[in-house]
Design a protein around this ligand. Structure first.
Ligand SMILES: [Zn+2]
Length: 354
């Protein structure tokens, strides 16, 4: 146990940025060495605007897997693998959520709470964490492990909400003060003690290798806690002056990862199963299938009637009237206000019987 406590005294991670990428490495109990990188700001912004339920839902799932495996007498290695496997998909979706979950998995396995990740947000929660830490590590009762889910969730939510708040201040509030987001950040750091405490720009750095397998030496910033990681990425995100967009589906900000013309974020919006990007792709497909036949049926009718005018079977003015009405209906059909069937029906009725 003494060894474990020392483990938590080490810095949580080391990070550097490179050509707009945020790279970090860390040592954990489950991974000897973990190195991850992503577009600077993308995960940070996603973390701030994620579905509020995602995290506590994942904790409950992990706890269920753990207690079932435990009851069936599975080995520790088996249980560890099953838990990590369960959250592996999350790492692709969000680094921060993944790291919080990883820390919870470590707690399920050995009963130790990593203070670099989880700190109570109230006196009562701190007490519960201390109580859990005081219990013998190998057999922390199940009730403690499940009971702490809400303590951990509150801790996670506190960090998420704080990140969201900082981003909103940087982007939205006093937007006409003529300051850049970085200048606003600097001003808050100067004037607001609470802000300085959580989001100050002071870091220590040292030289180290890029990752465990590389010999290349880079300047690494020391990140003592997961909060450090959040503020380090925030600072670089602002220094690099990265722009953000509002997602066309959920309306919340995001940083495009790949294509700069992306209009949807890759978060799963509240109460949805799919990401905004997947929903967007589905919607675009649907729009296309509605658009194509609407134009086609209109164009055919237009050519048909135009021919009649040329041949003298139809008055020019009647054709103009028809076209005006057809165009108006076509617009409503493309906007989804008029069902395609009704539109096609009207087109056929008015363009064929003359
Ligand atoms: Zn979205």
């Amino acid at each position: 146990m003494g060894q474990q406590k020392d483990f938590f005294k080490q810095p949580y991670a080391y990070a550097f940025t490179e050509k707009g990428w945020f790279c970090f490495r860390m040592e954990g109990k489950l991974f000897d060495s973990l190195a991850l990188e992503s577009v600077t700001g993308a995960d940070l912004v996603n973390f701030a605007f994620l579905d509020a339920e995602l995290f506590s839902r994942c904790l409950t799932e992990l706890f269920t897997i753990w207690s079932i495996a435990k009851a069936r007498g599975k080995s520790d290695d088996f249980i560890a693998d099953a838990l990590v496997q369960h959250v592996e998909g999350i790492v692709k979706r969000n680094t921060y959520v993944f790291l919080f979950l990883l820390s919870y998995i470590e707690f399920l396995l050995d009963g130790e709470i990593d203070p670099r990740v989880f700190r109570g947000t109230s006196r009562a929660d701190n007490l519960r964490i201390r109580e859990a830490a005081g219990e013998r590590t190998d057999d922390v009762p199940e009730t403690t492990k499940s009971g702490l889910i809400d303590v951990f969730s509150r801790c996670y939510e506190d960090k998420r909400a704080r990140t969201e708040k900082v981003l909103k201040v940087m982007w939205e509030e006093n937007a006409d003060d003529g300051r850049t987001p970085l200048e606003r950040y600097y001003r808050l750091e100067q004037e607001d003690e609470a802000f300085r405490k959580h989001w100050g720009s002071r870091f220590t750095s040292e030289l180290g290798t890029r990752n465990a397998r590389s010999a290349e030496v880079v300047q690494l910033t020391v990140l003592e806690t997961i909060d450090d990681m959040l503020r380090f990425e925030m600072l670089h995100f602002l220094t690099e002056g990265k722009s953000y967009k509002f997602c066309k589906n959920c309306g919340k900000p995001f940083i495009p990862r790949g294509r700069s013309d992306a209009v949807y974020c890759d978060r799963v919006a509240d109460g949805e199963e799919k990401t905004c990007k997947q929903i967007g792709a589905y919607r675009a497909e649907k729009e296309k299938t509605a658009t194509v036949p609407a134009w086609k049926v209109y164009r055919q009718a237009y050519q048909r009637l135009n021919k009649r005018v040329e041949l003298g079977y139809m008055e020019e003015s009647a054709f103009t009237d028809w076209n005006r009405e057809a165009t108006e209906k076509r617009g409503r059909c493309l906007r989804g206000e008029l069902p395609y069937e009704d539109f096609a029906d009207w087109i056929n009725r008015t363009s064929r019987q003359r």
